[in-house]
Ligand binder design. Structure first.
Ligand SMILES: Cc1cc2nc3c(=O)[nH]c(=O)nc-3n(C[C@H](O)[C@H](O)[C@H](O)COP(=O)(O)OP(=O)(O)OC[C@H]3O[C@@H](n4cnc5c(N)ncnc54)[C@H](O)[C@@H]3O)c2cc1C
Length: 377
């Protein structure tokens, strides 16, 4: 039976909630502390496929389902095949992650996991449909977009997509090469691209993806995937799995909804990279940082700082929100004038100022100066 008071309460047991719980449980510092993890779902379906790039073996390596060493980029008549070295592109299926995490977490006595729906989070308490729990510190990965859409200061785009795993009659994919961004699809006034993750010569996950403010009707994504497949010698295909997503791309100050005892984590905490929508690897890294931070006993509102990358993303999103058709051109300039290694380091926020200056110079400077001017004045 669950008790009423815990040292830490984690709301939401998805990517960030499970990783945070696991990292805390593994750290001897938290051995004598009580942790409650509240999740509303069983998490027994493969509801998403996470991909990210990483150099060398990472700490979630055992869960990795597929890796790739090469990639393809296409925008506005500029095509490029490239090696991802020193990185590899990696895929983790969410079901493997949930199952592996659940199994690992049962080993820890300090953790209680419950299947309940959170209805309210207040200072030091979390109410579910069943009862109210009290906690000294609360972490929430439950994303409530209300505040995000109530404000006007920071534009909100979405990385939205439908993904289909297809099996084709003929071999038509290169199993060691992803299509990272293929903008060679009608842009229709937005930033639209195809993202292809081959699993074998006959099988791939294709995602028709937009970086834009408005969602499409489901059939529009599906038609676009179908049109794309018509350009390949598939010999016919079958859809065997499907997923969809809408990930916020914004520089909204998520930190302002935190306080000394409540911290939003994962997508709900603004851990998504605004200019790309990539989140998973950032969750992996930030959950480690958070565990170290907790040992310092500082107010939760002090966790995480906005740096220069937040500012770059701010201008990028401003430019893309103002004219949503510019995405293909922005990414084309980036890939035409910089090495893939530098680009991935930049997107990882691990580049040097010199590399960043070089990347800035790739863009149409006037667009960015205008966006900067508007921000400043
Ligand atoms: C289909 C899809 C594919 C993606 N692919 C990638 C990718 O390739 N690479 C990448 O970097 N990012 C990707 N993302 C973005 C991001 O990595 C994921 O959304 C990731 O799961 C975010 O983790 P999270 O912990 O913030 O949210 P979630 O994993 O969504 O966890 C939130 C949890 O809270 C639970 N919850 C919600 N409401 C309540 C409630 N009231 N009470 C109790 N529990 C509740 C949910 O059931 C869920 O388990 C993808 C997202 C989607 C949707």
């Amino acid at each position: 039976m669950s008790k009423n008071h815990y040292d830490y309460i984690i709301c939401g047991g998805g990517a960030s909630g499970l990783l945070l719980a696991y990292r805390m449980c593994k750290d001897p510092y938290f051995e004598k502390h009580s942790i409650l993890l509240i999740e509303k779902d069983d998490k027994n379906i493969n509801d998403r496929t996470w991909c990210f790039w990483e150099s060398g073996k990472g700490d979630l390596e055992k869960m990795v389902h597929k890796t790739w060493n090469n990639a393809y980029f296409n925008a506005d008549g500029f095509e490029m095949d490239f090696s991802l070295q020193p990185f590899q592109y990696k895929m983790i299926r969410s079901l493997d992650f949930y199952q592996s995490m659940k199994k690992k977490l049962t080993e820890f006595d300090q953790l209680t996991q419950i299947r309940e729906k959170v209805t309210r989070i207040a200072e030091n308490s979390v109410a579910t449909e069943v009862k109210t729990y009290h906690g000294d510190l609360i972490f929430s990965s439950i994303f409530d977009p209300k505040k995000l859409y109530q404000q006007k200061r920071y534009p909100v785009l979405l990385q939205h997509f439908v993904g289909q795993v297809v099996e084709t009659q003929n071999p038509c994919f290169d199993p060691d090469k992803i299509e990272f961004m293929n903008f060679n699809v009608p842009q229709k006034g937005n930033t639209r691209f195809m993202y292809v993750l081959p699993l074998s010569p006959n099988k791939a996950l294709l995602e028709y993806t937009l970086f834009s403010a408005q969602l499409l009707e489901r059939k529009e994504y599906v038609t676009a995937i179908n049109d794309f497949l018509k350009t390949l010698p598939t010999g016919g295909y079958e859809v065997i799995e499907e997923e969809e997503g809408k990930i916020p791309m914004t520089c909204y100050r998520f930190d302002l909804i935190n306080n000394s005892s409540l911290l939003h984590i994962g997508t709900a905490g603004g851990w998504t990279k605004p200019s790309t929508g990539y989140t998973f690897q950032r969750i992996n890294e930030k959950s480690k940082e958070l565990v170290d931070f907790l040992k310092k006993n500082k107010p939760l509102s002090h966790f995480g700082k906005r740096g220069r990358f937040w500012f770059y993303d701010l201008l990028f999103i401003d430019v893309l929100a103002k004219d949503n058709a510019h995405g293909a051109d922005l990414f084309k300039r980036m890939f035409q004038k910089n090495s893939p290694e530098t680009i991935f380091q930049f997107l990882d926020e691990k580049s040097s100022i010199v590399q960043e200056f070089q990347i800035m110079r790739s863009f149409n400077v006037r667009q960015f100066v205008k966006a900067l001017w508007k921000r400043l004045f």
